[in-house]
Unconditional design. Structure first.
Length: 417
């Protein structure tokens, strides 16, 4: 099993290219199920989660070509509506196929999902929404069994769930009549999916607001689409630059996708420059404590909470971090404490008291974003070596992260244990 070794204390300097967004690419791949012609995606990241979705769609009978960052999906040959446990258990985003399968075939059998252990994240809201569209839902032997001719309806979300919003958008695009979804998620990935579906012939309006209207159509055709840049990856590299008191520029980024996050970096002492798709952070000055509360977009992203905590571990003062999106998402805390961090937990809040320095230590990754947090802590550690095990977590969301960090000055390598 691979490990990542880091000898920290070196300021990161240089430019790094942001890849396509994993959290956008996966629902786009699932949405291709709805098309009866081939769809082409550009700027697709080469990640384990993408490979898992590739295998899942191929198991349905889709023909997929994936070369570099260019992917063509021909779902006209689909001959199965069953998503088996062996694939779905590896990645929660596999559950995105439920809505498209129902929309196209009027039936689906999808295993209950797996993925990162960052809370229960129940799928109830997905199922209630599909029931509102006319589907009958049953749970049989660990599978969601859904069937029925979908019809337009009105549905209001108790919480603006990103995954449920995407699943219902996809299902409703092939339903009969008009669907109105209230209190929906507003994330950039939602807008990207709406653009993709509309380019296939769907009629979706309101994406990016809290009300989405979908006029169902009888069929969807092929299209070409470029995946948006990964805002979480961009944020991770910017935080790494700050934590090491460096000067880092991320390319192919979109500052509009990170409004609250960039404001917090400025509050923490960063000098930020935004020029088109370039975002530069210079952190030569001392880092300052800031309070952070995770919220749905346009609030501070929950997927950057762990990384931000690592940076605040070496900032001056006391920071309060509140996690309001997922429970059990402070899994990085115990490992950061092993490296010398001073963090106290109280329910969904963490009190982070900045220390003068972190020290390298053997640590273990527990989920995707906690893995990135440990990498940042290792880069910021002023002495010793950090050894991160179970790095398969980080490979789910960051493509060759050790090579890209090394290109901007990190002393980092991947080794086989």
């Amino acid at each position: 099993m691979d490990k990542i070794l880091i000898r920290g204390g070196r300021p990161l300097r240089g430019t790094v290219q942001v890849r396509g967004a994993k959290n956008a690419a996966l629902p786009l791949m699932a949405a291709s199920i709805l098309a009866e012609e081939a769809c082409t995606l550009h700027n697709v990241p080469c990640l384990h989660d993408v490979f898992t979705m590739d295998k899942l769609l191929s198991a349905f009978g889709a023909k997929i070509e994936f070369t570099g960052r260019y992917m063509t999906i021909d779902a006209s040959t689909l001959d199965s509506h069953v998503a088996h446990y062996d694939l779905v258990r590896k990645m929660r985003a596999s559950f995105f196929v439920l809505g498209p399968l129902l929309g196209r075939f009027g039936k689906a059998r999808v295993s209950l999902p797996g993925g990162c252990a960052i809370g229960t994240r129940p799928v109830d809201i997905h199922l209630k929404g599909l029931e509102a569209l006319g589907a009958s839902i049953a749970i049989e032997d660990g599978y969601v069994v859904a069937e029925g001719a979908l019809k337009g309806a009105e549905f209001s979300f108790d919480f603006p769930s990103v995954g449920a919003t995407e699943n219902l958008m996809m299902a409703a695009s092939r339903a009969k009549g008009v669907t109105r979804l209230f209190n929906v998620a507003r994330e950039p990935e939602i807008v990207d999916l709406a653009h993709f579906l509309n380019s296939m012939g769907a009629q979706i309006s309101g994406a990016g607001t809290d009300l989405i209207t979908i006029v169902g159509v009888d069929s969807l055709g092929g299209t070409e689409h470029t995946v948006i840049p990964d805002r979480i990856e961009a944020g991770t590299f910017l935080i790494a630059g700050m934590a090491t008191r460096g000067d880092v520029t991320v390319l192919n980024a979109n500052a509009d996708h990170l409004p609250t996050f960039l404001g917090k970096l400025r509050d923490a002492g960063a000098e930020l420059e935004v020029h088109g798709t370039r975002i530069r952070v210079n952190a030569s000055a001392a880092l300052k404590a800031v309070d952070v509360t995770t919220l749905p977009f346009p609030g501070f992203p929950t997927d950057l909470q762990a990384q931000m905590m690592s940076m605040l571990c070496v900032a001056d003062g006391v920071s309060i971090m509140r996690e309001s999106v997922f429970e059990n998402r402070f899994m990085q805390v115990a490992e950061l404490i092993r490296m010398g961090a001073d963090i106290g937990l109280d329910g969904n809040s963490a009190v982070v008291r900045g220390v003068k320095a972190l020290s390298g230590a053997p640590v273990m990754a527990s989920d995707l974003r906690a893995s990135a947090a440990l990498v940042i802590a290792g880069l910021a550690a002023s002495k010793g070596e950090t050894s991160i095990s179970r790095v398969y977590h980080i490979d789910r969301g960051y493509e060759r992260i050790e090579e890209r960090l090394a290109s901007i000055g990190a002393d980092i390598e991947r080794v086989n244990d």
